[in-house]
Design a protein around this ligand. Sequence first.
Ligand SMILES: [Zn+2]
Length: 296
Amino acid sequence: MRPHQTMAGAMALCIVAFFSPHSAAIAQGAPPYFGGPKTVKLGDGIYSFTKQNARNIFIVTDEGVIATDPISPDAAADYMAEIRKVTDKPVKYLVYSHQHWDHVRGGQIFKDAGATVLSHQACMTYFHRDPNPDVVLPDQTFEGPRFDLELGGKTLELYHFGRNHGDCLIVMRIPEINAIFLVDLVTPYGVSGGSGLINDFYPTDWIRSLKEIEAMEFDYMIGGHGPPKAPHWAVTERREYLEALMVAVKSEMDSGTTPGDIAGAIRLPKFQHLWNYDRLLARNAERIRAYYILGW
Ligand SMILES: [Zn+2]
């Protein structure tokens, strides 16, 4: 067993043991570091901030700050306050990881402070089609697979892998700490979280993107949800879980299982240690069944 896996399992056990006397609830335990607000220093001038089950990063340079997902108006106020605790430099950029409202509401406080709001160009379709008064439209976008955002001698590398979770999600790499900020595509140590319905995910493109992310150079990931740090293999674990889930659902469909019984029949013993396995596996499976019916 990989050492990190052992450590993660022990961590889950401690948390669940604290909150619940039932050992059977281990897989149901909430990942640590949810809630907040909480700021974690990751390197020289590099931080993550967590509130309301969501996380972002910010990078302080001599010429100003690069901020990312504001999360919500309430979280953004706390986020700005946390930035102000470590620097009085202006926030120059606010980078959106993707278009979903649970990550990108609340940017106005940064816009008012003079920040340039930046996203991938593909997000603009969503922002215009599904406007939200709390979502500030980007001032700057980029097209293509990569854009290096440079400020004050530091670089935030922005990678776009096409359609996977929506089709404008950016994976951000921070070379100084050899880490990536990875939102929604992987919630470490768990099955796909939230409602478990895997909303706005495209299963085959999701797996393809995870393979491309696995090929990236990084020591650890900073998740948009879940614990603040997870090792490189957390991406592999999520990809292998999805592949196994797709095979299992297809097998049940091919064997003639009654459609309404398929999701509940899925068992993936190799992954039963994951958080929310018992609670969300069937919902994940139902989404995959829809993929095989609809083709996306
Ligand atoms: Zn999302």
